[in-house]
Design a protein around this ligand. Structure first.
Ligand SMILES: C[S@@+](CC[C@H](N)C(=O)[O-])C[C@H]1O[C@@H](n2cnc3c(N)ncnc32)[C@H](O)[C@@H]1O
Length: 370
């Protein structure tokens, strides 16, 4: 039988949270809002003062305004997407309402898709609200000043929209560079100092996300070929067990390898039936369904939980930065190795990732041939 080593892909998402994230978001929101105002107002005034468009009529001015809104909208869209990527990676972003929407959605246990919607809505609402002063300002000046015509006011708004769009694209580009730098610098420091197992479990495992449904179904299928007489290793298990239940019936023992002691401690809580430990029953139920059981009964779920507890015989400290990631603990190789979202989380550097993947693959013992 072929040994298995399956590393699934997941966006590089983190459960780093806390006051620092809120502080950074508040500061970034404040600074970027003022920088946007300055730049957009400056460009709007510059376009009017330059007199470049002084001869245009109402229709041209309104068409210009319309076009500027399309431009503004695309700049806004770039920022919204960049903020979402930043939120996913760091838990902070440059728009406080986007973070508020996202964090509230997490608290309410909404799915990843709805959290994204909440963050997008928060971001869009702020940007729309920021438009109001421009209208009030431009409309007021046009109404009450003889030297500023309605066309001047519309040209100002179009210029300000263009400024906001340019600013949006520049900010999105800047955030992209920032994320790339974060990825290049690696994430060990963050894992070591800021990872919160509880926040991670709450954010990603309060319910079964669609991508996780596919991953579990994939692993269940892959495990059909596992060697039942041999132990299996789940590498980079985190504080989770959703990829462990599916191995319980298929192998002789299960060893769980994890880099962070706090994550292993979370697993120990579940093993010790701590009432505060994460509830995995919905995941066990889904695993059983993937295995072909129609509507598993509560006793069947409990039975699989108990079987899993009995099969887990070893908790190992592992580190992909080491030549031997098991660091001399446990067997050197396993007939079955499961690793999900680990190597891609441990580094943002592609060649390092390839090395890590080779190290994980190196933990798989080749099946004796024929
Ligand atoms: C996104 S989590 C994935 C956890 C779990 N497999 C899951 O599916 O949710 C990434 C895991 O990689 C682990 N990790 C980070 N740096 C590592 C390293 N240098 N060596 C091994 N694992 C590491 C983290 O502790 C974390 O548990």
């Amino acid at each position: 039988m072929d040994a298995r080593n399956v590393e699934a892909e997941k966006p590089s998402v983190r459960a780093f949270s806390g006051a620092r994230r809120w502080g950074a978001t508040a500061a970034a929101s404040f600074i970027t809002a003022y920088a946007l105002d300055l730049f957009a107002t400056g460009l709007g005034l510059l376009v009017v003062a330059s007199g470049l468009l002084s001869g245009i009529g109402y229709v041209e001015a309104l068409l210009l305004l319309l076009a500027s809104y399309v431009f503004w909208g695309s700049g806004l869209w770039a920022v919204i997407k960049a903020n979402w990527a930043l939120l996913q990676r760091t838990g902070a972003c440059t728009n406080i309402l986007a973070k508020a929407g996202h964090d509230l959605a997490v608290r309410l246990g909404w799915s990843l898709g709805w959290r994204k919607v909440a963050a997008y809505v928060g971001n869009t609402a702020t940007e729309l609200a920021k438009e109001a002063p421009y209208y009030i300002g431009a409309g007021g000046v046009a109404l009450f000043s003889d030297s500023v015509s309605a066309i001047d006011a519309i040209v100002f708004l179009a210029g300000a929209n263009a400024g906001a769009a340019i600013y949006g694209f520049a900010l999105a580009r800047g955030l992209g560079f920032f994320l790339a730098r974060l990825a290049k610098r690696g994430v060990y420091a963050s894992f070591d100092t800021e990872w919160e197992p509880g926040a991670y479990l709450k954010e990603y495992y309060s319910e079964i996300e669609p991508e996780e449904r596919d991953t579990i179904a994939f692993f269940v299928d892959a495990m059909k070929d596992a060697d039942r007489t041999q132990p299996a290793l789940v590498f980079g298990v985190g504080p989770t067990l959703h990829h462990v239940f599916l191995a319980a019936e298929k192998v002789s023992e299960i060893h769980l390898g994890e880099y962070l002691p706090a994550n292993l401690h979370e697993i120990e809580r579940w093993l010790g039936r701590d009432p505060e430990a994460h509830d995995w029953r919905r995941f066990v139920e889904y695993t059983l369904e993937c295995e072909g059981l129609d509507r598993p009964a509560p006793e069947e779920i409990t039975f699989r939980e108990e079987m899993t507890r009995a099969r887990i015989t070893n908790l190992l400290h592992v580190d992909l930065r080491l030549e031997n990631p098991l660091g001399g603990e446990g067997p050197r190789q396993y007939a079955t190795v499961i690793s999900a979202y680990c190597a891609d989380s441990a580094t943002g550097d592609k060649s390092e990732w390839a090395t890590y993947m080779q190290r994980i693959a190196g933990l798989v013992r080749r099946a004796a041939c024929c």
